[in-house]
Design a protein around this ligand. Sequence first.
Ligand SMILES: Cc1cc2nc3c(=O)[nH]c(=O)nc-3n(C[C@H](O)[C@H](O)[C@H](O)COP(=O)(O)O)c2cc1C
Length: 218
Amino acid sequence: MTNFDLDQIDELLLTTKQVRFRLDLTRNVPIETVLECIQLAGGAPQGGNTQRNRWLLVDDPDKKSAIAEVYARVGRPYLQRNIEVAARQGMDPRQQRVIGSSLFLVEHMAEVPLMVIPIRLDRPVEPAAGYYGSNLPGVWSFQVALRARGLGSTWTTFHLEHEQEIAELLGIPDTVTQTALLPVAYYTGDSFSPAPRRPAEEITYLNAWRSPVRAGNE
Ligand SMILES: Cc1cc2nc3c(=O)[nH]c(=O)nc-3n(C[C@H](O)[C@H](O)[C@H](O)COP(=O)(O)O)c2cc1C
């Protein structure tokens, strides 16, 4: 037994969604709250406990516009292609909503109050799981901590196709690696519905590939 309120924690985990339509573009995001969330994200594991993660916050309007332009240069054609495929072949409505909200973010990225770029202090090495595994768990913790404080974010990667261009804009040396770009804003409304996901038993195996696992076998 623990003292955690599992109902609340489970709800937090299930409803930390990628927020786009519901980002409040009119409200300022306090840097101290973001620093609090970065502090909490530091609790995530890192291989060898190397502490090689950094965060770059961008609230300068000109820099946000420049980043948004790069983001749209990749995101807009990618999403348009998806829309064309959906029109030709059909697509599940949930997936269509993701494309619609992703396009909304493409068009409004420059207006987000704050952009957050997680960074690792070296260049990628193989195996990729070892490299990114020391950085990305903290990004998810950051999103969860934000959500608990009324702040929404979206995990994005479109800009990474032009990582160097963004690095030059922000003075990031070429010895380090950007791993994502998160627009951050207060969200409107106060609850989110959990995203539908496949049941755990369907995607979990026991002792051998595709061998089913059932609860209650202890
Ligand atoms: C590695 C990664 C890259 C992603 N890149 C983008 C992106 O560039 N733009 C975007 O709008 N969403 C991006 N997403 C968000 C996914 O589209 C998102 O997880 C999906 O919309 C499901 O939303 P939900 O988690 O709120 O259910 C990315 C997510 C991950 C994990």
